[in-house]
Design a binder for this molecule. Structure first.
Ligand code: PEP
Length: 238
């Protein structure tokens, strides 16, 4: 079955990096039947769009503002991203929730702006280690999800990424059982079939097992999405 693979480059990359990385992954992006969304930093949108021509990969972004335009120095709006050919935007990533103090309400407003601009919102949710250890991970993630989904949400314009904070960039992956339990609870909660992704130290070693779990429709990949060989293996893991 077709899976969704989202690459989150975070604040990484350069023209030099793309000159070697994109030719290395282009063949797999041309023949895969999976849906691939690559989210580079904004300055590389144009080069990446050119480099991805002829492949099936889509362009995604890592953030946007809630308003369509205005006096918001340094910000980028959803309609601007759509104008550049962007098809999906990550919102509510834990790095933005923690480092930039983004609340559920702000995540919800950004997701609504993304929908209004005709793009897909990739809404990230996930518990911290204290919550996981307390045994309340599922309850807390469900509440976060309910508070982050705008009324404009449909199964066509939204992807939900479950990303336990303690597994992001740490090399610690949630166990297959933890992922299964959480995705089952999310599936029950959403009622409409919104695709569910897992993120948190996904590698070419664990992608196949994770992607074969029930209610795992794809993966959101950070670190491994910047390594050509590993990323190619993840794209072809399902
Ligand atoms: C992420 O950026 O959302 C992420 C899951 O990163 P990593 O794969 O490096 O843990």
């Amino acid at each position: 079955m077709k899976k969704i693979i989202v690459a989150n480059w975070k604040m990484n990359g350069s023209i030099g990096f793309m000159n070697t990385f994109i030719p290395a992954i282009a063949p797999i992006l041309t023949k895969t039947s999976n849906q691939i969304i690559i989210c580079p930093p904004f300055p590389y949108f144009s080069s990446l769009t050119t480099a991805l021509k002829g492949t099936k990969a889509q362009l995604g972004a890592q953030n946007c503002h809630t308003d369509p335009q205005g006096a918001f120095t340094g910000e980028v709006s959803a309609p601007m991203l759509a104008d550049l050919g962007c098809q999906a935007v990550i919102v509510g990533h834990s790095e933005r929730r923690i480092l930039f103090e983004e609340s559920d309400d702000l995540v919800k407003a950004k997701a609504a702006a993304i929908h209004a601009a005709g793009m897909t919102a990739i809404i990230c949710i996930g518990e911290n280690l204290t919550t996981r250890k307390s045994g309340h991970a599922i309850d807390s993630v469900i509440l976060q999800l309910q508070a982050s989904l705008p009324p404009s949400t449909t199964s066509q314009n939204t992807l939900i990424a479950y990303e336990p904070i303690w597994a992001i960039g740490t090399g610690l992956t949630a166990s297959l059982q933890e992922i299964t339990e959480m995705h089952h609870a999310l599936h029950q909660t959403t009622k409409i079939p919104i695709p569910l992704l897992y993120g948190g130290s996904v590698t070419d070693q664990n992608a196949k097992d994770i992607l074969s779990l029930p209610h795992v429709d794809g993966v959101l990949v950070g670190g491994a999405s910047l390594k050509a060989e590993a990323f190619c293996k993840i794209v072809s893991a399902s």
